[in-house]
Ligand binder design. Structure first.
Ligand code: AP5
Length: 239
């Protein structure tokens, strides 16, 4: 399916419709999704963040997801589909959204494909733009072990590549930065295995639908941001 044209919505921002960020753990999906959400005035829907919030609140979903996330395994599709289905019905999804961490299995991708047949964005149907952010294994390891995030505003840092101005403290709000529980080496290797066996097949799934754009995710954040923006606005290619 072709990428959607960038029409203007009521806020005069381009209506980008559904955007999917594919990529291994640590590829930079969350970093770029947060920037794009701000730039285009659409929500960043991070399934990992929604699950972590459920874990923190001790909901039924959180109790089921917690041991799986700690082990680096995926949460079963039926739980994910109910959770994402609810989220996509919210009114802030009308002009589009950035899916960060979903879909992650062929079953989830098939569900989304059906869902999008009935969804409309600014009054029209839009095919997803699927952006695969690609990073080598050693770089992923460094990114994940060095990641720190702000528990208040979600801003993501890296002690090696994107350190905060003051060690351990969020530049924007001054909160103490935290390290994710699943960013330990033994869990990271399980997450990478789950990615290879269950999520990597989605690259082929979307390539067959001609909606895939592949980016070199080892470039600086700003360069990747510029490439993604160009893709979303239909102004340039990202290959
Ligand atoms: P989730 O939270 O989605 O984690 P993930 O996919 O493993 O991805 P990450 O958040 O680790 O990485 P990222 O690509 O967002 O990278 P980031 O931008 O932070 O999922 C966690 C768990 O929840 C899963 O394991 C699973 O159990 C469950 N789950 C979630 N969704 C699910 C689903 N759909 N189905 C089933 N289970 C699900 O960047 C990483 C680091 O690199 C940061 O420190 C950043 O500062 C740095 N960085 C980013 N870009 C660059 C760059 N260009 N150069 C240098 N450094 C960079």
């Amino acid at each position: 399916m072709p990428a959607p044209a960038a029409s203007k919505g009521p806020s005069n921002l381009p209506v980008v419709g559904p955007v999917i960020f594919l990529g291994a753990p640590g590829a930079g999906k969350g970093t770029q999704a947060m920037i794009m959400a701000g730039r285009y005035g659409i929500p960043q829907i991070s399934t990992g963040d929604i699950l972590r919030s459920n874990v923190a609140q001790g909901t039924e979903l959180g109790k089921k997801a917690d041991p799986l996330m700690k082990a680096g395994q995926l949460v079963p599709d039926e739980l994910m589909l109910a959770m994402v289905g609810e989220r996509l019905k919210q009114p802030d999804c009308q002009r589009g959204y950035v899916l960060d961490g979903f879909p992650r299995t062929v079953g989830q991708a098939q569900w989304l494909e059906e869902y999008l047949k009935t969804a409309s964005f600014d009054g029209r149907q839009m095919a997803p733009v699927v952006i695969s952010i690609e990073v080598g294994y050693n770089q992923l390891l460094q990114r994940l072990t060095g990641r720190r995030s702000c528990p208040v505003d979600g801003k993501i840092y890296n002690i090696h590549f994107q350190p905060p101005r003051k060690e351990g403290v969020c530049d924007s709000c001054g909160a103490q930065l935290v390290q994710r529980k699943d960013d330990k080496e033994e869990v990271i290797s399980e997450r990478l295995k789950s990615y290879e066996s269950q999520t990597l097949p989605l690259v082929e799934f979307y390539r067959r639908r001609e909606s895939l754009r592949q980016l070199n995710g080892e470039k600086p954040v700003d360069e990747i941001t510029a490439e993604i923006s160009a893709i979303l606005e239909g102004a340039a290619g990202g290959h």
